[in-house]
Write a protein that binds this ligand. Structure first.
Ligand SMILES: *Cc1c(COP(=O)(O)O)cnc(C)c1O
Length: 401
């Protein structure tokens, strides 16, 4: 058995830091993926929203092929002809002034932490080594030591200490708690516009607007982690646009290169980013021409093919369909654009069982925590494909429940 062999290889030789569903994928196209036995599935996870543009988008793949034959890596010791144009295009699209490119989302978060600390000391005038950054309960910002140090999730933290000091945790969605936690040493507030990994938790309306005005009032840099919510996922280029605010630093990653290449970026206003001088931060692969060329095309197709508008329209349609499902063990369906969470009642049993039933029915989903299922298909999904999914979701749920 081919399928079983691949699983055994992973289990035998790989670290067990994930517990994937037992499907071994071989090929992908738009919202569809195929396993090694030729079975077809709809991808409703999109690699945690990294494949917003759909699997193996032909134009992105073409850009990757073309650039890979020209030049792949220069390091930042020299300039390349893809980096500048990506900077300009990203700034125009997101209304930013400065860009700092990295590779993974966690690196973008680490970069933002370094930048706001330095800004705090140099511009705001915080005394040496006293800078504080406020974060939210149930946050997810990645897996480095510093980042898991301010996680409130036990399994992310346990056994990895000692951790980096200088972080304070407040409840998500509570602007009053943020204001109360600010001191003269507070340099930044790091928050997800919608908490993705926590289970698609949408804050109360007006929260981000209030947060923006509190940060302005106390001269605290607002850092929005849009690594999952950004680049069209919620039906806007950035989720901050839903409340018409602008962060001081915005973090993007995941879909920035359409799932074809790792690249992340810190988008900033001029003042905060200006504290970084040559030699103070960087990454060998950060801003490499291959990543930049792929990202430029990934951004282009997002706009050209109206994927953001489609995410808004299809998100509404999918959400409405999920709310109408004839299944009594659902406690709530919530979402914005194509970032949707279905929360099950405690008596429904573990969400993992439902994900396994969905797999059998041809739909790939992943549980977040043990009672929430996230539906986040590529933004190119059609009405017919959503109808196809809804039928199968209802019958798979009914089978388990
Ligand atoms: C995925 C994610 C990250 C981390 O990105 P990696 O590329 O996995 O390091 C950070 N923040 C949010 C909100 C994410 O969803």
């Amino acid at each position: 058995m081919k399928h079983q062999h691949y699983i055994e290889l992973e289990e035998t030789f790989g670290a067990h830091n994930y517990k994937p569903l037992n499907v071994v994928l071989h090929r992908g196209e738009r919202v569809w993926v195929w396993d090694v036995n030729g079975n077809k599935y709809m991808d409703c996870l999109s690699s945690y929203s990294a494949v917003n543009q759909g699997h193996c988008h032909p134009k992105i793949v073409q850009a990757m092929n073309d650039q890979s034959q020209l030049l792949t890596l220069t390091s930042r010791a020299f300039r390349n002809d893809q980096l500048g144009p990506l900077y300009e295009e990203l700034c125009t699209l997101t209304n930013s002034h400065k860009v700092l490119p990295m590779n993974s989302g966690a690196e973008a978060v680490e970069t933002a932490i370094k930048v706001v600390r330095k800004w705090g000391y140099q511009i705001k005038g915080v005394a040496e080594d006293l800078a504080e950054i406020i974060v939210c309960r149930n946050n997810f910002h990645g897996r480095t030591i510093t980042i898991v140090g301010f996680s409130t999730d036990g399994s992310s933290r346990a056994g990895f200490g000692p951790f980096t000091p200088g972080f304070k945790i407040v409840p998500f969605g509570d602007a009053g708690a943020l204001e109360a936690a600010i001191t003269e040493n507070t340099v930044g507030f790091l928050v997800e516009p919608i908490q993705g990994e926590a289970g698609v938790i949408i804050p109360p309306p007006g929260y981000l607007k209030e947060v923006r005005s509190i940060c302005t009032k106390y001269n605290v840099a607002l850092i929005l982690d849009e690594i999952q919510t950004g680049l069209g996922r919620t039906g806007k280029m950035l989720a901050e646009e839903h409340e018409k605010i602008e962060a001081d630093l915005t973090l993007v990653g995941k879909a920035l290169a359409g799932g074809c290449y790792p690249i992340s970026a810190v988008l900033s206003n001029t003042e905060v980013m200006s504290v970084l001088q040559p030699g103070e931060h960087g990454s060998t692969f950060g801003g490499n021409p291959l990543a930049c060329a792929v990202a430029r095309t990934a951004l282009k197709v997002l706009l050209e093919e109206q994927m953001i508008e489609n995410a808004a329209l299809m998100g509404t349609y999918f959400l409405r369909g999920l709310k109408k499902l004839d299944f009594p063990l659902i406690s709530e369906v919530r979402g914005r654009g194509l970032l949707i969470g279905v929360e099950l009642l405690p008596e429904a049993g573990p969400a993992r069982t439902y994900c396994e039933a969905l797999l059998e029915a041809g739909i790939l989903c992943k549980e977040t925590h043990d009672h929430i299922i996230r539906f986040a298909p590529p933004l190119v999904i059609t009405k017919e494909e959503i109808d196809w999914a809804l039928e199968r979701i209802e019958s798979a749920f009914t089978k388990v429940g």
